[in-house]
Design a protein around this ligand. Structure first.
Ligand code: AMP
Length: 210
């Protein structure tokens, strides 16, 4: 079984949803740089204060900040813990830094076309407390506006508004898409079509990991 898994794919491709399910099923830790950064912004930490402006515009937070954040996280894990990286690495420099710390044995790329990504992101709603994600049409919460898991009020991330979404897709294409070739050359890339229902996609994800 693969134990260090990188989830690749554009924003809205389902990395968070699939990563969370996979983490639960396998007992792996899911490390999401986006969740960590949003928490840092909410708590007003030095990292949050530095990251906020980049995040609001859909730009990438500078590599050195992210690499340091992840280095500390990885170092704090118990040995032998399976890890799912969600939203990291997003640049070749980050991928090199990760590779110098651990062996990535699977880079799972979720492939979804742009039109569907825009639809997913602009209708996404997120829980600020437990980071659960919903979609107004595909995966609505049982009670409108309320998180099924922890009861908090859901919100729309600022960067899920349409103008910012288009910029995030451009940033993905310029900075993160090269990682598909990067991991392909290392022989660890697997691509899955990320369209269809969440359970069907998860079946494919599971087959690739086990
Ligand atoms: P996400 O929740 O993964 O879509 O990330 C939200 C935002 O956080 C991104 O648009 C970036 O501004 C920032 N971010 C998250 N992960 C990274 C990363 N690995 N490198 C740089 N910026 C990141």
């Amino acid at each position: 079984m693969k134990t260090n898994i990188v989830l690749l794919g554009p924003p809205g491709s389902g990395k968070g949803t699939q990563g969370e399910k996979l983490g639960q099923e396998l007992g792996f830790v899911r490390l999401s740089t986006g969740d960590m950064l949003r928490e840092a912004v909410r708590n007003g930490t030095p990292l949050g204060l530095k990251a906020k402006e980049y995040m609001d515009s859909g730009a990438l937070v500078p590599n050195d900040l992210i690499i340091n954040l992840m280095k500390e996280k990885i170092a704090s894990l118990e040995e032998g813990t399976g890890v799912i990286f969600d939203g990291f690495p997003r640049t070749v420099e980050q991928a090199d830094a990760l590779g110098s710390q651990i062996d990535v044995d699977l880079a799972l790329n979720l492939d979804v076309d742009d039109q569907e990504l825009v639809n997913r992101l602009t209708k996404r709603r997120t829980c600020p407390k437990c980071n659960a994600v919903y979609h107004l049409a595909y995966k609505p919460p049982v009670k409108e506006g309320i998180c099924d898991k922890c009861g908090s009020d859901l919100y729309q991330r600022d960067d899920d508004r349409e103008e910012t979404v288009l910029n995030r897709l451009r940033v993905y294409r310029d900075n993160t898409m090269p990682l598909i070739e990067y991991y392909s050359k290392k022989g660890t890339l697997k691509t899955i079509r990320g369209l269809g229902n969440i359970e069907e996609i998860f079946d494919e994800v599971r087959k690739t990991v086990l």
